[in-house]
Design a binder for this molecule. Structure first.
Ligand code: NAP
Length: 331
């Protein structure tokens, strides 16, 4: 491979045992990985922090990496070197990823070339690190699983974070009427600036009544739900006839009244980006790159942390005081 990294070691966050945020250890003598034949080496400029990385780190998640490992799938940076069979990228290219092999909370990361996409000059690296999991998930929830159509209405429950803002931008661009929720004034403003026609505050006791009042008897056609364990039962009451709730996020069990689904022939549909086929991922990527080129896909970056504050980032993304965009780590 053509590699020009002069250093042979780098900083990387390593996890040697599953547990609380404190198991994230920043080490400064981790060997810079070598890209194999279909892989690229990226100098990481920013890495998105996703809630799933905290579930995996805790050890309470279905998929567990072999220890030790470095978290992080959504990096943006510059190609440093490429494997022998990689023709699509060359040293110096600006890129973002939807997955890494060696982990993104690091100075450098190796990724499979088919998980890497060109990063437009219109976006900075922090924005590039906000695309991967959030936008691919929002696209999958809305269109691949939710079959959203122009003219329908969507409620994004938890619109101020990574997936939520992506869902608002995507839905608005495809001609849906977009309602969103956030938990703070600042978050509500971000939601309105990013595609929502109307925003509600999910920390207000009567916000569901306000949504019902706004949508009237018709209800909403699709709900993109970030916190199903809290909202699923009321979501079923907000839906239109044949409406569907897309379960994107959930942090525990919940109780629903199945009659609410019967009376409207509505559906509860789970969403897992992990289950997307290669073809579905390509479809997402094409739509998203088109959105960047057309100018409506503009990731919003919220809290930023240096790599040495990965522990705080993991604490804060779960015990958030209010999202206002995507959380990123900056090496
Ligand atoms: P994030 O950036 O941390 O955002 C979390 C969002 O949830 C914020 O908008 C937050 O609003 C909102 N929220 C907080 N309390 C809420 C409530 N009571 N009702 C509705 N929303 C509430 O996280 P993210 O990256 O967008 O991910 C959101 C969820 O989707 C997470 O649970 C994540 O694990 C999951 N996810 C699933 C998949 C999949 O494949 N199924 C993929 C990606 C993400 P405020 O902060 O303004 O209160």
């Amino acid at each position: 491979m053509a590699m020009a990294a002069t250093r042979s070691v780098m900083r990387a966050v390593r996890v040697f045992e599953f547990g609380g945020p404190e198991v994230l250890q920043l080490q400064s003598d981790v060997p810079i990985p070598d890209p194999k034949e279909n892989q690229v080496l990226i100098k990481v400029h920013a890495c998105g922090v996703n809630p799933v990385e905290t579930y995996i780190r805790s050890g309470n998640y279905a998929r567990k990496p072999a220890l030790p490992y470095t978290p992080g799938s959504d990096v943006a940076g510059v190609i440093e070197g490429v494997g022998q069979r990689v023709a699509a990228f060359k040293k110096g290219d600006r890129v973002f990823t939807i997955g890494t092999i060696s982990g993104g909370y690091a100075d450098y990361a190796v990724a499979a070339a088919n998980s890497v996409f060109p990063l437009s000059d219109e976006l900075d690296f922090r924005q590039g690190a906000a695309i991967g999991i959030p936008y691919f998930t929002a696209y999958r929830a809305l269109f691949q699983k939710g079959r959203a159509q122009a003219g329908e209405s969507v409620l994004v429950q938890g619109a101020s974070g990574g997936v939520g803002i992506a869902a608002c931008q995507l839905a608005r661009a495809r001609g849906l009427t977009v309602l969103g929720t956030a938990g703070t004034e600042e978050g509500m403003k971000v939601v309105l600036r990013n595609g929502a026609h109307k925003v509600f505050n999910h920390r207000e006791a009567n916000y569901v009544d306000k949504i019902k009042e706004y949508t009237g008897a018709e209800g909403v056609d699709i709900i993109i739900e970030m916190l199903s364990n809290i909202n699923l039962a009321t979501d079923l009451q907000l839906l239109s006839r044949a409406g569907r709730v897309m379960v994107v996020g959930s942090r525990g069990p919940t109780e629903i009244n199945p009659r609410d689904a019967m009376s409207k022939e509505s559906s509860i549909i789970g969403v897992s980006l992990f289950l997307a086929t290669e073809e579905e991922r390509r479809e997402c990527a094409t739509a998203l790159l088109d959105g960047v080129a057309a100018g409506w896909l503009r990731p919003v970056v919220g809290a930023e942390y240096p790599l040495e504050k990965a522990v705080e980032a993991h604490e804060d993304i779960i015990h958030s005081s209010g999202a206002r965009g995507k959380m990123v780590l900056l090496p």
